[in-house]
Design a binder for this molecule. Structure first.
Ligand code: NAD
Length: 480
């Protein structure tokens, strides 16, 4: 049994109270490792290490910091097979997806911010003949980064990279459901020579270490990705402490398919957007609206294509669709499929748990599921399921499409499929979401703002937005 350790002050350490939690492999349902259940005492030790390291880290030249971060990215690349396998085991996602998306992009995140910090600049504002203002952008100090289980190392690095690049030291908490690659990453930090205390990784649950981390008075900024309810809790408990908060939360993303779309390409990509990572990407399109003239044709092609998805052992190269992340999550997804039927939905394909043979016989597999016949306002269409379940519904015109798309509390991402450029611009402008993809999905340029509106979050990650978040602006005004 592998034992995961915390990473504090440059060393792999046991949790002070010596408590551990079981970690389950979703494809087998078996406990295969244990992780620390860290507490406030571990946090105190980590804050001390981070505070001690921060001035020296911030004093490095931008090129020196960038060089260390680039080395981290290169070391991820060097271990990419091992990391991808670990991610597939820990999360249940297909190895090929972990290799080509999660791990590849984890290195890309760090490399991107290593370069971005060398190009970061601040503003100056001249006042005709009176004065000049310039803005200093200093690191905040010690910051906290909390990440979820769906893209474990990918989202972990997406947060810590800009924080570190900007000269902060970091205390990071990966999800207790998928801690393994963050643990392997701590070994990579040691191998790549990241100075001690610059990054500290504490494992554990929300109550044991998440809460103390968000409310610690010396941690001045929190970057959080996870569920909307947790985001609301963090906002509440930190409100009186005036911390900087970046919250990337849940979604219920609409996919708008117009009759003039490039049909085959749209079918392929809408399947990908609904079911990648078993539908467990915050950007997945789970409400699919189809213009009525092609509704029937699209439905048939879509369902036919979904049925070809190869569900199986995440470790096999041929697998396109793996296990859900945990038993409780599988139960939640199955309960929504039941609810959808109670609400009048018809299951066109999927709808059940799948039992595999051999190694994966006790795994958490659910068939990719497509449901039609539901009203936009029912719970199935309003609540985030975060699994391999999508609904399809017809619409009659642009206005109706936009109003259906906007008809939830969420506003993270959306995609629009049309060959009418004017319509694409018009609809993109009207959709209430932080991200609109036109004739594509999950095409990511790391310089662009990333995040959601309404209950999908506050603030933006990505590019300069992230570097601005992780720095404190100070205006200096000089009279001529
Ligand atoms: P979650 O909110 O349960 O947990 C996220 C992280 O917060 C975990 O590390 C968890 O341990 C920690 N946490 C839990 N309670 C806490 C507390 N009280 N204080 C501090 N930390 C606490 O979310 P999850 O189930 O891990 O992830 C799935 C959710 O994340 C979905 O809603 C999904 O849409 C969302 N998500 C959003 C984005 C985005 O960019 N907007 C990206 C990925 C996932």
């Amino acid at each position: 049994m592998q034992i995961i350790r915390n990473y504090v002050g440059g060393e792999l350490v046991e949790p002070i109270q010596g408590k551990y939690i079981d970690n389950v492999e979703p494809a087998t349902g078996q406990v295969y490792s244990q992780l620390p259940e860290s507490t406030e005492e571990d946090l105190e030790r980590a804050v001390e290490a981070a505070e001690k390291a921060q001035p020296e880290w911030a004093a490095l030249s931008l090129e020196e910091r960038a060089a260390i971060l680039t080395k981290l990215a290169n070391t991820i690349d060097y271990h990419s097979n091992q990391l991808a396998k670990a991610e597939a085991v820990d999360n249940g996602k297909p190895f090929t997806l972990a290799k080509n998306v999660d791990i590849y992009r984890s290195a890309a995140n760090i490399r991107f911010f290593a370069q971005a910090i060398t190009q970061f600049s601040s503003e100056s504002h001249a006042m005709s003949n009176e004065a000049i203002n310039y803005t200093l952008r200093d690191p905040i100090g010690v910051v906290g980064c909390i990440s979820p289980w769906n893209l474990p190392l990918y989202l972990f690095t997406w947060k810590i990279a800009p924080a570190l690049a900007a000269g902060n030291t970091v205390i990071a908490k990966p999800s207790e459901i998928t801690p393994m690659t963050a643990y392997l990453f701590s070994k990579i930090c040691i191998e790549a020579g990241l100075p001690a205390g610059v990054l500290n990784i504490l494992h554990g649950t929300g109550p044991s270490i998440g809460n103390p981390l968000t409310t610690h008075p010396k941690i001045k900024a929190i970057s959080f990705t996870g569920g909307t309810a947790t985001g609301a809790h963090i906002s509440k408990v930190t409100a009186a402490m005036f911390k900087k908060l970046s919250l990337e939360l849940g979604g219920k993303n609409p996919t708008l398919v117009f009759a003039d779309c490039d049909f085959e390409d749209t079918v392929d990509n809408v399947v990908r957007s609904a079911f990648s990572n078993q539908g467990q990407i915050c950007l997945c399109g789970s409400r699919i609206y189809i213009e009525r003239p092609i509704y029937q044709k699209f439905k048939e092609a879509f369902v036919k294509r979904v049925k070809t998805l190869k569900l199986g052992d995440p470790l096999k190269d041929t697998t396109q669709f793996g296990a859900l992340v945990s038993k409780p999550h599988m139960d939640k997804v199955l309960s929504y499929i039941e609810l959808a039927q109670e609400e009048g939905g018809r299951i066109l394909t999927g709808g059940k748990q799948t039992k595999l043979q051999g190694r994966c016989q006790n795994g958490f597999f659910v068939e990719p599921t497509v449901i039609e016949g539901l009203d936009n306002n029912c719970r199935t269409n309003q609540e985030e399921i975060f699994g391999p379940v999508c609904t399809i519904m017809p619409f009659d015109n642009d206005q109706e499409a936009v109003s259906l798309a906007n008809g939830t509390q969420y506003g993270l991402a959306s995609s629009v499929w049309t060959s009418d450029l004017k319509r694409a611009h018009r609809v993109a402008k009207q959709i209430e979401a932080g991200i609109v993809w036109i004739n594509c999905w999950l095409l990511r340029d790391l310089r662009t703002p990333f995040g959601g509106v309404k209950s999908s979050g506050v603030g933006r990650e990505g590019g300069l937005e992230a570097l601005r978040f992780f720095t404190e602006p100070k205006n200096v005004c000089i009279k001529y």
